[in-house]
Write a protein that binds this ligand. Structure first.
Ligand code: GLN
Length: 495
């Protein structure tokens, strides 16, 4: 492997600015690594070598001509395959979208193209971003570069595995209940979910619109901050887009000083029973190191968090059942006609959805339709919304006592394939620590904090108040400083 492939995106950008590396060289090295190892890892559903190299060549020529470029210009990136890309297949890892070529770019894709980052391709995910292991992809599961028998997390396992395996320095994911952060935790990478509204969702194929956010998947906190700055900003095409979203993120990471005066709240409900001992040890060690850097620790009590998972599995499927109604066999992707009987719109729709959606997607559509039905709405959906308000209240009280909140990102390290596929509830429990932030729209990041007794990485979560993504990145930087996990990934020695 070219040794520079283990460097961060900002370091690579600097090398290009110094004339030590060209974007074409870097992009070719990434493509070679994908070619060599992705048959095994299956991080990518689509690779666009020609498109990426064309952008790289353009960047090199512009740089040679002395043009002013975005600081990350020329650094390759991979996109989760639920972000629409004009002219490039977008499947959501579902058979129902096989063959669909979007006619437009997501807002974030437009930003990336404008800044001229070569797009290497689209990464694997659980179908329509529903899952915690990438085992629900219709196109085969992605393997974890730390241990090829283990899951890379989900739903964004493809983006996390691609970054962890040094196939690409930057990637994007989406996080509805933890799908950027939990894959980050189990692959030793950094994954950030911005404040709800800080990054436009235009062109992110909706799972649960009130919870979904697009965010960075990287190897360092500074790279994540730089990438969020690039993809963020106001977008009139997303009605929930903030007009004054998070800014000065990279500056916050680079700012001088330690954590003196910063109050860090350890959430009582987000550790203890059900968490692996190696995860708790790594968490504790990281907390002590933050104290050594001047932070003050306070314990915060968020009693409603105990109900977050249950409320999420009512609100999320309700929104899923509505959002996925658009896949009707008429407008996007495949169309399946019933094998017998009349061809009516309703029967084509039923045949298409029956053949096109996988079991987990169907389970959630049925659950969502059930909780929204007139006899159940108040008892289930209405009650879950009340719990959501209580969670938001708990956050408000916690942030009155602490500047940021911390917890392990996921209760365990990466588990083996098949371990939880027959038990949806066990699978859902992976997100117990990540879901509260989605329920309240607060920014949250997972940073590698160490390696557990089983030799697998552990993630540390930092949650900040809404619009304080800068503070989240600043604190996260001090966790990262204590554990150079990404560099220990066995993928480094492949070859
Ligand atoms: N694992 C969670 C779920 O299955 C979260 C998914 C996500 O964030 N997209 O719903």
């Amino acid at each position: 492997m070219q040794t520079y492939l283990t460097k961060s995106a900002l370091e690579l950008a600097q090398m290009m600015q110094n004339g030590e590396l060209t974007s074409v060289e870097l992009t070719k090295a990434c493509l070679e690594r994908i070619e060599k190892y992705d048959e095994q890892v299956n991080a990518f559903l689509h690779v666009d070598a020609d498109g990426a190299l064309a952008t790289a060549k353009e960047v090199d020529e512009l740089r040679a001509a002395g043009a002013e470029l975005h600081p990350l210009a020329g650094v390759p990136i991979a996109l989760k395959d639920n972000l629409v890309t004009r002219g490039m297949p977008t499947t959501c890892a579902s058979k129902i979208l096989a063959g669909w070529i979007p006619p437009y770019d997501a807002f974030v894709v437009k930003q990336i193209k404008a800044a001229k980052l070569p797009i290497l391709g689209k990464t694997n995910l659980d179908e329509f971003a529903m899952g915690s292991s990438t085992e629900h992809s219709a196109f085969g599961y992605t393997r974890n570069p730390w241990n090829l028998e283990c899951i890379p997390g989900g739903s964004g396992g493809g983006s996390a595995a691609a970054v962890a395996a040094f196939m690409v320095p930057l990637a994007l994911g989406t996080d509805t209940g933890g799908s950027i952060r939990q894959p980050g935790a189990v692959t030793g990478t950094v994954g950030a979910k911005p404040t709800y509204g800080a990054v436009s969702r235009y062109g992110a194929i909706a799972m649960a619109s009130s919870l979904d956010q697009i965010g960075p998947v990287t190897r360092t906190v500074a790279d994540a901050a730089a990438l969020q700055e690039l993809i963020g900003g106001h977008d009139p095409l997303d009605s929930t887009s903030l007009t004054d979203g998070a800014t000065n993120l990279l500056a916050a990471v680079k700012s001088e000083g330690d954590l003196t005066g910063v109050k860090i709240g350890v959430v009582k409900q987000l550790s203890g029973d059900g968490y692996q001992s190696g995860v708790l040890d790594s968490f504790q060690t990281a907390v002590e190191k933050l104290v050594a850097r001047g932070a003050e620790i306070v314990e915060v009590d968020c009693p409603s968090f105990d109900y977050a998972l249950a409320a999420y599995y009512l609100i999320m499927p309700a929104e899923v059942s509505s959002n996925l109604a658009r896949f009707d066999g008429m407008r996007y992707g495949i169309r399946v006609e019933p094998t017998e009987g009349p061809i009516t719109a309703q029967r084509v729709m039923a045949a298409t959805r029956g053949a096109g959606f996988g079991a987990e997607v169907k389970r959630r559509i049925i659950l969502g339709t059930h909780v929204l039905s007139s006899g159940n709405y108040d008892a289930f959906y209405g009650a879950a919304l009340k719990v959501r308000t209580l969670i938001q209240g708990d956050f408000a009280a916690a942030f009155a006592k602490a500047d940021v909140l911390v917890s392990p990102t996921a209760p365990t390290t990466a588990f083996k394939f098949g371990e939880k596929t027959d038990d949806p509830l066990a699978m859902y429990l992976n997100d117990v620590a990540t879901i509260p932030a989605n329920m309240a729209g607060t920014p949250a990041i997972s940073v590698p904090s160490g390696i557990a007794e089983d030799g697998l990485p552990v993630g540390f979560q930092v949650i900040a108040p809404a619009r304080r993504d800068d503070l989240m990145y600043r604190v996260a930087r001090f966790v990262e400083e204590t554990a150079d996990v990404a560099a220990s990934c066995p993928a480094k020695d492949w070859e």
